[in-house]
Design a binder for this molecule. Structure first.
Ligand SMILES: [Zn+2]
Length: 159
């Protein structure tokens, strides 16, 4: 089964980014209306992610699966809740662009010359490049924090 596509309610911006970090395409934007979100999710055969009970009911009424995320939970709990709801126990870090949902490609120094600062270019030898938006990612100082977050999530999914 291919990975699910998530259509994320505006209130859950953080969750959309977390899902992308884990390698899941997550559409998040300022939706015109609940109907707009629901119909896009239906068209793509995706899942609605929301904390709004009315929205989830409305989606399910026309056959779109919705995952109702508890509002009280934290960032990590929300993410684990969604993945467990779909019985997903594996994540795929560094595969999806956190900015645009593009599919990341591994790139060496030669591919990113001029796209990252010189200091970064000399300090790192592996990069991830998003062909859709052109952004380049590398395992800089922030990566440790992200990596430990992802490790925690990964462990919780196996429980
Ligand atoms: Zn991108």
């Amino acid at each position: 089964m291919p990975n699910p596509i998530f259509f994320v309610d505006e209130m859950l911006n953080d969750l959309a980014i977390s899902l992308r970090l884990c390698g899941f395409v997550s559409i998040y934007k300022k939706w015109e209306s609940d109907d707009a979100l629901i119909s896009e999710a239906k068209e793509a055969n995706g899942f609605i992610i929301t904390s709004d009970r009315a929205l989830s009911k409305q989606g399910e009424k026309i056959g779109v699966s919705a995952i109702l995320v508890p509002v009280w939970s934290g960032k990590r709990e929300k993410l684990v809740f969604v993945l467990k709801a779909l019985k997903i126990n594996e994540i795929y870090p560094e595969t999806i662009c956190t900015v645009c949902n593009g599919t990341l490609e591994r790139a060496g120094k030669d591919k990113v010359v001029g796209k990252v600062p010189e200091t970064v270019l000399s300090a790192f030898s592996e990069f991830m490049l998003c062909p859709s938006c052109g952004r380049v990612f590398w395992q800089g100082s922030h990566w440790k924090r992200i990596k430990s977050f992802l490790d925690e999530v990964s462990n919780l999914l196996k429980e």
